[in-house]
Ligand binder design. Structure first.
Ligand SMILES: Cc1cc2nc3c(=O)[nH]c(=O)nc-3n(C[C@H](O)[C@H](O)[C@H](O)COP(=O)(O)O)c2cc1C
Ligand SMILES: O=C(O)C(=O)c1ccccc1
Length: 370
């Protein structure tokens, strides 16, 4: 059966983007409802989902004037041995076939066209090898740890062989958050397309949330011994967990609440960032994700100590609206907004961004006083 028998998704096309927030309403009109609900939704009452956006407002930018800043801001960074043209990359997300018939292959291609890093989800619809081939840019592999270590070992060997340069260990998804029917999830465009790395013989890698993770059984060390690649621990909100992860060998920390999709009622990522940054104290890079939609959000996250940010849902909205080119448009739009936000804040280079650009008000200020 051909993919077209099921109806095709949107053709590749660049998007004329005014603001990433507006993509939500546009994509709702063009992708199947199940796909839109899957991507846009959050856990529980979606309090954390909304808080991820709202909390940015607690961190006001205090712009610096009369500093001779020119528009040619250098946005490039080095992150765990990779150079990125700007400090923004595609967050690991599963099941892109819910949005586009080419699924992660198109997302990875579009991310590569924008020149930045693609983080490939362990719950992708396409195989990690197909995805790796689709992008010329840097790439990391996100692992859902499997209690059957042979399943984990085989995924790590494949990721290394396919050229992924780091492993992201997701620590915050230990049970189904939202929705809970992941095992049955196939693409509405191609019902034959299920999770690409899933090995039905072992039943293993389909049980994404059946992971028992602790530092005593040494997941981080296991990954490093197996791959000799750097490990990013993703999904931390607490400073003590960041500290424990670094002691166990983590090479970077990704502050995240999984886009408000795991446990509701936890703080926004941007609100959790300062404590983690203070404890990490420059030992390893800190990445954050959750609610990044504007160049000013990136300025705030970097001023508060993040080295880079990852973006989730808007990338999939770009995929739904314009395939690989839509993804490219989303990432390039955010890069352009960052460039302008740097100029208008009075920051000549990324290294200039520090907490002196931020004035803390509102709920987050109250929390930090108590
Ligand atoms: C549809 C979808 C699927 C996701 N799948 C994964 C996943 O497989 N692994 C993972 O570590 N995080 C996953 N996430 C979380 C993202 O990596 C990221 O933390 C979050 O989307 C960032 O928030 P934002 O969407 O507000 O930018 C997923 C998020 C979405 C929206
Ligand atoms: O939806 C998610 O947040 C997620 O992590 C996931 C996990 C397994 C399959 C698809 C998505």
């Amino acid at each position: 059966m051909q993919a077209s028998d099921y109806g095709a998704s949107t053709a590749d096309q660049p998007l004329d983007i005014v603001s990433l927030d507006r993509l939500d309403a546009a994509v709702k009109e063009v992708i199947p409802e199940a796909g839109y609900e899957f991507v846009s939704g959050g856990a529980g009452d979606e309090w954390t989902l909304h808080e991820n956006r709202r909390a940015f407002d607690d961190f006001r930018i205090e712009p610096k004037r009369l500093r001779g800043v020119s528009p040619e801001v250098d946005l490039s960074i080095e992150l765990l041995g990779q150079s990125l043209p700007f400090p923004i990359f595609t967050a690991p997300m599963g099941a892109h076939g819910m949005v586009h018939e080419e699924a992660e292959v198109a997302t990875a291609r579009g991310t590569g066209m924008a020149g930045t890093l693609y983080c490939s989800s362990g719950a992708s619809h396409r195989t990690l090898e197909e995805i790796a081939e689709a992008t010329q840019g840097p790439k990391w592999f996100q692992l859902y740890w499997n209690n059957d270590t042979e399943v984990t070992r085989s995924l790590l060997d494949r990721a290394k062989a396919a050229g992924y340069s780091a492993i992201v260990l997701t620590a915050d998804a230990l049970g189904p958050g939202q929705p809970d029917d992941f095992k049955a999830m196939s693409s509405p465009f191609r019902p034959d397309m299920v999770f690409g790395n899933h090995d039905p013989e072992r039943g293993g890698s389909g049980n994404f949330f059946d992971q028992k993770l602790d530092l005593d059984t040494n997941a981080i060390k296991f990954i490093k011994d197996q791959t000799r690649l750097p490990v990013i621990v993703k999904g931390l909100l607490r400073a003590d967990d960041a500290d424990r992860s670094i002691s166990a060998g983590a090479d970077a920390i990704q502050v995240s609440n999984h886009g408000g999709r795991q446990i509701d009622g936890v703080p926004a990522s941007i609100a959790a960032l300062p404590d983690v940054v203070a404890t990490v104290n420059g030992r390893v890079p800190v990445i954050m994700d959750g609610g990044v939609r504007r160049g000013i959000d990136v300025v705030r996250a970097l001023a508060m100590g993040a080295d880079a940010v990852a973006v989730g849902r808007p990338v999939l909205y770009g995929l739904g609206l314009g395939g690989a080119q839509g993804v490219q448009s989303v990432l390039e739009h955010l890069r352009a907004e960052l460039q302008s936000a740097m100029l208008l804040s009075g920051a000549a280079k990324l290294a200039d961004l520090d907490p002196s650009f931020i004035n803390l008000v509102g709920a987050s200020a109250e929390a930090s006083r108590s």
